[in-house]
Ligand binder design. Structure first.
Ligand SMILES: Cc1ncc(COP(=O)(O)O)c(C=O)c1O
Length: 478
């Protein structure tokens, strides 16, 4: 809050300072969690005698707004808020001491970095602006009138969009699905959240891939779930590892991202898919198949999803338009047995009363239009080109040429670095150098890895982004 003492008016200086402090307290800019600034600090700040500050604080104490504690300073009075007898909540405790956990500090640093829009972004798990179909959306909006009902939509999501999704997954993923088995969600993220909230309970054990996107999700921890880790190699997770975990702990649910896995970019082999489905049936472990990336397959081949091979109803399938159309649309879906979908859609109703009609409408128009196929073809070409650009820029640094896995689809590259470095410092230094990436530690237990998202990289800046990263790496690795 901007404040300057006005020495030209009659109002005494102590009064002006007392009023300023009062505003800072009542607006919440000064928190009850910390002592108020000392008399000496304020005297220096306002260039007044210390006695002026003492009088200002006396004034605030007399109306019950602050309390003075001998030897420890002046505090906001949290019990009785001045003469109006209102109570001041301790917001610090509210935001920290809760069951729904915030992001990890490193994740927050990435999300909240104030230079976010200025730096070369190789961190966000989404498409670069020039890969988003913005022009096609503009054309649709110009060509097609919007006549939809503007009340609450169907609890499972717009019926027309669900029918279109049935056609979509039928064409691209050979899945035979009925609209009643679909719930539209706010991206795959909400789908995961709903599954955790509605189908699991505190103390349940879930198995997730290591490294994985799920690893960084506080959603599991907030729900009081125990997570077990399944290492990912170039063919995905090893079915034998699932069996050994199952023998020691009872796995309630298995979370897998078999196609162009985030962050490794690996694709699970067909043999492993078959074996994992057998294990799922044998032990009765439901599988959550999270598939936002399979459509990006560079050569256009999309192998069978677990869901399309599942004849016993063990798989809940999640997908989303975030990585193939636009993350800002917030359109995702879950496909599963009707009773499960109905439970999840009840959960979604409780959270947000169902999905907004606008993104559902435009998503439907786009999926139904000839623009969609053209867009997917262009996207695959562009992503492959950006993958190659990233890899050749990384290969220019011979010391770090560590033979990383080359993804054949998706948007991420999991890169091993040849240095033992603190992830936080490396990220900090890279941001100072003007590039972002995701530190490996955020995605799993393996150290010495970073995730670059070439899909987010703009063509003209990928090479420069890599050299900024190495500048940061070298300055720390001395
Ligand atoms: C494997 C995976 N699942 C789910 C999501 C969530 O995506 P959205 O909610 O945007 O669909 C992501 C995003 O990075 C992801 O990589």
């Amino acid at each position: 809050m901007e404040f300057n003492l006005d020495r030209s008016i009659k109002k005494p200086l102590y009064k002006q300072i007392a009023e300023y402090l009062e505003k800072m307290i009542t607006s919440g800019e000064l928190s009850p969690d910390h002592p108020l600034p000392s008399e000496r600090t304020l005297a220096q700040q306002f260039n007044v005698n210390r006695s002026t500050i003492v009088t200002a604080y006396d004034e605030l104490q007399s109306i019950g707004l602050v309390v003075r504690k001998k030897g420890s300073g002046t505090y906001i009075n949290t019990d009785i808020w001045g003469i109006s007898h209102k109570r001041i909540p301790n917001w610090g405790r509210y935001v920290e001491d809760v069951s729904f956990l915030p992001h990890l500090p490193l994740e927050q640093k990435l999300l909240n970095d104030s230079n976010r829009n200025k730096i070369i972004n190789l961190a966000s798990g989404e498409l670069a602006p020039d890969l988003l179909p913005s022009n096609q959306f503009t054309s649709i909006l110009q060509e097609q009138p919007f006549h939809e009902h503007l009340g609450y939509d169907h609890p499972q999501g717009n019926e027309v969009l669900r029918e279109t999704i049935c056609k979509h997954v039928g064409t691209y993923k050979k899945m035979n699905v009925h609209p009643e088995s679909i719930l539209i969600t706010s991206g795959a993220q909400q789908a995961i959240h709903l599954i955790v909230q509605c189908l699991l309970k505190t103390g349940d054990t879930v198995a997730i891939e290591d490294p994985s996107y799920s690893y960084s999700l506080p959603v599991f921890q907030s729900a009081g779930l125990r997570t077990l880790l399944l290492p990912v190699d170039k063919y995905g997770v090893n079915p034998d590892d699932i069996i050994s975990l199952q023998k020691k702990h009872r796995i309630r649910m298995l979370f897998l991202n078999p196609d162009y896995q985030n962050p490794t970019g690996t694709k699970m082999s067909l043999e492993r898919r078959k074996r994992i489905l057998e294990i799922s049936s044998e032990y009765g472990i439901p599988i959550i198949e999270d598939d936002p990336y399979s459509l990006t397959s560079f050569n256009g081949e999309i192998g069978p999803t677990l869901k399309s091979m599942d004849d016993s109803g063990n798989v809940l399938y999640i997908s989303s338009l975030s990585k193939v159309v636009a993350s800002g649309l917030r359109i995702g879906w879950i496909i599963g047995p009707k009773e499960v979908i109905s439970r999840l859609s009840d959960g979604k109703q409780q959270i947000d009363f169902g999905h907004s009609i606008f993104p559902q409408w435009i998503a439907n128009q786009f999926l139904e239009s000839p623009y969609f196929d053209e867009h997917v073809l262009k996207l695959r070409r562009e992503l492959k080109e950006r993958r190659d650009m990233l890899i050749s820029a990384l290969e220019m640094v011979p010391k770090n040429n560590l033979n990383c896995f080359v993804p054949q689809g998706g948007i991420h590259y999991w890169y091993q670095i040849d240095a033992e470095l603190d992830d936080y410092k490396l990220l900090d230094e890279s941001l100072k150098n003007g590039v972002s990436f995701v530190p490996g530690i955020l995605m799993g237990s393996k150290k010495k890895y970073v995730r670059f998202t070439y899909g987010r990289g703009e063509k003209q800046s990928i090479k420069e982004g890599v050299s900024r990263f190495f500048r940061a790496l070298q300055s720390l690795d001395r």
